[in-house]
Design a protein. Structure first.
Length: 320
């Protein structure tokens, strides 16, 4: 039995990519109020390093961020998608969005910003800085294979070092990616069938060059998915998500401790090998010119009185 989950319905990433007209109608119910803006490169006196600040980044159409991380230079890397910076020719052809990556300085000023995409819609859902000072970006592409997983390795300046699209028997929606100690990458998310059906939690290990080392799915008869994955000190992985196949009721938290090869123990009968094929993609990177808008925000904090209660939910060990 399937269930619509993820980043929200009706504007979930897969829904908007596969049914863009639906999302356009939804977005039309909202409005945008233009206010005087600053150039992204203009200094902003009120934005001092160490202080709080708030800013918007975007153009005339919808722009969205899904992932942000502080970088080693105390700035920030942001990943998502943009509808604002497609060319007129692209829009005539029906292209609606590109991956959008912004590198921000500590005060929120834009250091660099670029779009990446092909002839159709492309989105990024997660980004992490890598040990070499560059970035690993993961998302979904319609330009280089309908509903394919898409991974780009970027240099410190946003230039593309390599890019690959991966596809298999289901759409893979990535929710989390991390560089591993061997220089490769670990990804987690969910499978989404092309036909209505259930979803499995999905994990894939990539080598440093983007080739697939191993891939596995984990799940039962209902909807299961991962939202976060991290490498552990023993070389394995810890995964957190949700399950509708196992647990006490409806959706429950699901945590899996994986071995370095993605296995658990032989008694875990819900672990299956999977296979995706990868090929180089040819996205072009284009510099964008988003404006930054800052506002004075007068938030008045108030004391709250949340009730804290201990819980006694037992862990339901599925295996071993």
């Amino acid at each position: 039995m399937s269930k619509v989950t993820g980043k929200g319905f009706p504007l979930s990433p897969v829904t908007c990519l596969l049914f863009p007209a639906f999302c356009l109608l939804f977005s039309a119910s909202q409005f945008f109020t233009a206010i005087p803006s600053l150039s992204a490169s203009d200094p902003e006196p009120s934005m001092v390093q160490g202080d709080g600040w708030a800013a918007t980044y975007g153009g005339a159409n919808t722009d969205r961020a899904y992932s942000i991380q502080e970088t080693r230079d105390s700035g920030y890397i942001v990943a998502g998608w943009t509808d604002s910076f497609a060319t007129v020719e692209d829009k005539i052809k029906g292209k609606d969005r590109d991956v959008w990556i912004l590198k921000l300085k500590p005060d929120g000023a834009v250091e660099w910003q670029k779009t990446y995409g092909g002839a159709n819609g492309d989105e990024a859902y997660c980004v992490q800085q890598t040990g070499d000072g560059g970035y690993i970006v993961a998302g979904l592409t319609l330009s280089f294979g309908a509903g394919s997983l898409w991974v780009l390795k970027l240099g410190a300046d946003g230039s593309v070092e390599w890019q690959k699209a991966y596809w298999g028997e289901n759409v893979k929606v990535v929710e989390s990616i991390q560089e591993t100690r061997d220089g490769g990458y670990i990804m987690a998310g969910k499978t989404v069938p092309f036909a209505p059906g259930s979803s499995d939690l999905w994990v894939s290990k990539l080598r440093a060059d983007g080739t697939v080392e191993w891939e596995k799915t984990y799940g039962g008869e209902k909807w299961d998915e991962a939202h976060s994955i991290h490498e552990t000190r023993d070389g394995g992985y810890i995964v957190a998500g949700e399950t509708w196949s196992f647990g006490a009721g409806e959706g429950d938290i699901w945590v899996l401790k994986l071995r370095p090869d993605g296995s658990i123990v032989p008694s875990c009968d819900f672990v299956r090998d999977a296979s995706i094929s990868g090929k180089d993609s040819t996205a072009t990177g284009s510099t964008t010119s988003a404006t930054r808008i800052t506002r004075d925000i007068n938030v008045i904090p108030i004391d709250t009185s949340a009730t804290v209660r201990d819980t006694n939910v037992p862990a339901r060990i599925l295996c071993p």
